[in-house]
Design a protein around this ligand. Structure first.
Ligand SMILES: Cc1cc2nc3c(=O)[nH]c(=O)nc-3n(C[C@H](O)[C@H](O)[C@H](O)COP(=O)(O)OP(=O)(O)OC[C@H]3O[C@@H](n4cnc5c(N)ncnc54)[C@H](O)[C@@H]3O)c2cc1C
Length: 434
């Protein structure tokens, strides 16, 4: 099950770490977030090393649907209500700036970038769409409410953000990383003060940025309470119709659509990792009903970290670790929020004031309803008998679609034979399971 991007993009290879090193900034994790941090530091002439445990963008970034937009579902009305005008404006400004920067970089790197309108639709609730348009207007951004879209079913309403974009994330990643100081196949095992111990040697750094998708130090920052992972499935159909835009359902478990060359991507079947959900069956049933003549060519899945308030954690890892930073919890909108993270973290490291940091501060209040849902899920799975996850000991669940063992608490995943596929676990399972 490989993504279209993995199949059609060329690969770039990097050396591994050789011996011990010293640097100003060490970035751990070479997904889009880590690469963009490295790119920005490189541009500023700051000494840095990026280490990646396997291949750059071999994690979730290779399986994204790669829509570049600051339309993140119906986030703005929610932010206005929950955090107020100032925070919603910071979120919008950070992501609008990030969008422009991504677009500029796409223009310089051949990555099949195309300008497309982005739509978020509701099947049955026009009011939530209209409320989002009003919230955006108060923030100074004019979106458009539409009653129909170029999809084969009826909707109540959709909100259009004109002139957003889509691209091939791997071509982009290999393009921007050409001259970066990257060590692949270098696994960060632990951090002792300012020294990171890897499987290839030790690196001492003044500042450390953790962009490992799910932050891997358990002792600080409470990330295991503050995040869970949500898995989504994508199928690519050959010779699909041109749907003229990029679409997401406002409902958490709805469908998403975009074109990529002559393919039509349909996304959906979502569920909390380790729990039951529609998976590929749901998408295939949908495609059979609405696009019966199309032939499936690729099918793959990925997951992203979901925060307590739908806002990523970007900034100091915790109050007790002043020189460690993170960018995580992109809530399935990591194309612009990774760039926003690179902006914020590089400014922080260079001592430059950034107007948009506060809304993303990782140490903000955790008293949100999702915290209690996460605690409940952890409690249940810690008490459930069965094979244990090496991360914090929750019971693993068998995923029949992908033939993997998945953790419902924090989203670690393991192959049939116990090999780690997705963190936060840092270890393989001890025994072969099947
Ligand atoms: C199905 C799906 C569709 C999506 N579609 C969109 C979209 O259309 N638009 C959008 O904006 N966002 C989208 N997203 C979200 C986006 O794909 C992610 O937010 C983004 O790719 C996450 O990038 P990352 O760098 O945080 O993580 P990753 O790409 O997972 O990178 C983390 C890297 O860290 C490395 N690593 C981990 N631990 C260590 C260690 N100990 N030492 C060294 N390296 C380590 C891993 O190997 C990995 O390469 C989607 C997400 C999903 C699940």
């Amino acid at each position: 099950m490989i993504s279209l991007w993995t199949d059609i993009s060329y690969k770039r290879k990097y050396k591994s770490l050789e011996g011990n090193e010293k640097t100003n900034v060490l970035i751990i994790g070479g997904g889009l977030a880590g690469l963009l941090c490295a790119y920005k530091l490189h541009k500023q002439g700051i000494d840095y090393i990026l280490i990646e445990k396997e291949k750059i963008c071999g994690g979730n970034t290779k399986n994204t649907s790669a829509k570049i937009t600051f339309q993140h579902g119906l986030i703005y009305n929610k932010l206005m209500k929950g955090g107020g005008y100032e925070k919603a404006l910071m979120y919008l400004n950070a992501n609008m700036k990030a969008f422009e920067e991504m677009k500029e970089l796409c223009m310089k790197n051949q990555c099949d970038f195309q300008e497309k309108d982005a739509y978020v639709y509701s099947l049955d609730n026009a009011k939530v769409i209209e409320d989002e348009a009003q919230a955006l207007l108060k923030l100074g951004f004019e979106s458009q409410v539409e009653k129909t879209v170029n999809l084969p079913f009826n909707i109540a309403a959709a909100l259009k953000f004109p002139c957003q974009g889509q691209f091939n994330p791997l071509k982009f990643a290999y393009g921007i990383s050409e001259n970066l100081n990257i060590c692949e196949n270098t696994f960060a095992k632990k951090i002792k003060g300012h020294t990171v111990i890897t499987d290839k040697g030790e690196i001492t750094a003044e500042k450390i940025i953790i962009t490992t998708h799910f932050p891997f130090i358990n002792r600080y920052g409470l990330y295991s309470l503050k995040m869970y992972q949500h898995r989504s499935y994508i199928t690519a159909y050959e010779n699909g119709p041109d749907i003229g835009g990029m679409y997401v359902d406002e409902a958490m478990n709805g469908m998403s659509f975009r074109n990529a060359g002559n393919y039509l991507f349909i996304g959906g079947g979502d569920h909390r990792t380790g729990k039951k959900g529609g998976g590929f069956d749901e998408i295939r049933a949908f495609a059979k009903k609405y696009y019966p003549s199309l032939k499936e060519k690729y099918a793959w899945a990925a997951q992203d970290c979901i925060t307590l308030d739908d806002i990523p954690y970007i900034g100091r890892y915790s109050l007790l670790t002043p020189d460690i930073y993170t960018a995580a919890g992109f809530n399935k909108w990591g194309m612009t929020t990774s760039m926003a993270a690179a902006d914020i973290l590089c400014d922080e490291i260079m001592g430059v004031k950034n107007e948009n940091t506060e809304v993303f501060r990782p140490s903000r209040s955790i008293l949100k309803p999702r915290l209690f849902a996460n605690i409940f899920e952890a409690g249940i799975n810690l008490l459930t008998p069965g094979k244990r996850c090496p991360h914090l000991g929750c019971a693993l669940k068998w995923n029949k679609y992908e033939k993997t063992w998945d953790c419902p608490c924090h989203g670690s995943r393991f192959s049939e034979n116990g090999v780690i596929l997705d963190n936060p676990s840092q270890k393989n399972l001890k025994t072969k399971l099947k």
